[in-house]
Design a protein around this ligand. Structure first.
Ligand code: ADP
Length: 406
């Protein structure tokens, strides 16, 4: 069987999976793993093969050291990159800017284009690039492919993509809405027409990716027309630790009145806000527990989260005019029955007939949680970004081989 090695490199971590691109969305990967705390005094490499985790704790000075250790552990279980057939390495890249609307075969020129995009994603793209360089050096004979989180939203219409700010400044500094979680919104939205038994070219839908980061997308006939994240992944819905949409004047207020620096505000809004900033926790399982214990802050955080979610659902219904389906995905969207119910509570007059019983069913399969005759159908569709990256990377690699490049 042929596999794609999918890599998601962060500043101090690398997540990886060996994925069968021909597999089903619910299939477990052959291998999954994580290198964490790179550059810290103590780090860890964990590799899960056949449901069994193999973990080592050691100092990991660099990404390449960590990946080499991971490959060695994989090799000890006969599933290393040289033991199985790896047809491509798929790299998740956060920011593709205006440049990329499709996955790219990584050659030196693509690497430098990703480098040029660093000002738009100063925390993410350098880490993604590190991962690309390390993996290309380690596996030089395999095609490497960059799959961009922004690509799906590359062509949203100008009225949604551009901000009402001075256009000279906006164009000089590439200020516009790029959107993120594109691989997930695309993957999930492509499954909905099949569930509706309709031609994708006729389907209007809203997809809600609710993980630790969260975003909404409005999709008309397979193409996104709006999304909640913006220049950065900070915008839109209230999230686990990010604030989502706020009055930009708050930033000036904090600079002037609290004497905070830009970096302090960046940290506050990205890491100490959202549900965590109000309730002290960002995991929805803990939040739910606190709500059950009558914790008022947890209750308030939850209500802000739901209020913001309903705002986006409402505005996307208007933007789309007619909506065939609303779909929940990612950690919270797939698992938290109450978030789904509260997000769509009392919307029958808008054609959303929520099915409370169906909503309580736990499953890893896509499923409908509205009544069968609801004009707007509601679904839960598990996302699988790694499978989507594997499929895109396999296709680009096949093309590269057909062109005799590998
Ligand atoms: P990310 O990829 O952004 O880290 P995920 O899509 O994996 O996010 O979602 C992680 C979040 O999903 C957790 O922080 C937690 O809030 C939520 N989550 C996971 N499992 C459950 C569950 N059983 N019930 C409620 N929320 C859950």
């Amino acid at each position: 069987m042929a596999y794609v090695l999918v890599l998601n490199s962060g500043s101090s971590s690398v997540k990886f999976q060996l994925v069968d691109p021909a597999g089903e969305a619910t299939d477990a990967p052959l291998v999954s793993g994580l290198v964490e705390q790179v550059g810290e005094p103590m780090g860890a490499v964990s590799v899960t093969v056949g449901g069994q985790e193999h973990r080592e704790e050691l100092e990991i000075p660099t990404h390449s050291f960590g990946l080499e250790r991971a490959f060695a552990i994989m090799g000890e279980h006969n599933v290393g990159p040289t033991d199985v057939e790896v047809i491509a390495v798929g790299h998740r890249v956060v920011h593709g800017g205006k440049l990329f609307s499709e996955p790219q075969l990584i050659v030196d020129e693509i690497e430098s284009m990703i480098e040029d995009l660093i000002p738009l994603a100063p925390l993410h793209n350098p880490a993604n690039l590190d991962g690309i360089r390390v993996a290309r050096a380690m596996l030089p004979d395999i095609p490497h492919v960059a799959v961009f989180d922004t690509a799906f939203f590359n062509h949203i219409p100008p009225a949604a993509a551009l901000y009402a700010i001075n256009s000279e400044v906006a164009s000089q500094y590439d200020v516009r809405r790029y959107g993120f979680h594109g691989t997930s919104h695309e993957f999930v939205s492509q499954q909905v027409p099949k569930l509706l038994d309709k031609d994708p070219a006729t389907v209007n839908q809203i997809t809600l990716h609710l993980g630790n980061g969260a975003s909404a997308a409005a999709i008309r006939h397979g193409r996104p027309i709006d999304t909640s994240m913006g220049l950065t992944p900070l915008a839109g819905l209230a999230m686990g630790t990010r604030c989502g949409d706020i009055d930009p004047g708050i930033i000036f207020h904090l600079v002037r009145q609290a004497g905070m620096s830009i970096d302090e505000i960046d940290n506050l809004l990205n890491k100490q806000s959202g549900v965590k900033g109000i309730a002290g926790v960002n995991d929805f399982r803990l939040l739910r527990q606190r709500i059950e214990e009558q914790d008022q802050d947890a209750w308030l955080a939850y209500n802000i989260y739901i209020h913001q979610l309903r705002r986006f659902i409402g505005s996307y219904m208007i933007a789309l005019g007619r909506v065939d389906a609303i779909t929940f995905t990612a950690g919270v969207g797939e698992n938290d029955t109450e978030v789904r119910q509260d997000a769509l509570y009392n919307l029958d007059m808008y054609g959303i007939h929520f099915d409370k019983e169906a909503n309580l069913v736990r499953s890893k399969e896509p499923r409908m949680i509205s009544t069968a005759d609801s004009p707007v159908k509601v679904f839960v569709v598990p996302t699988n970004e790694e499978l989507a990256i594997a499929q895109k990377s396999a296709a680009v690699a096949a093309q590269a081989r057909a062109e005799g490049l590998y």
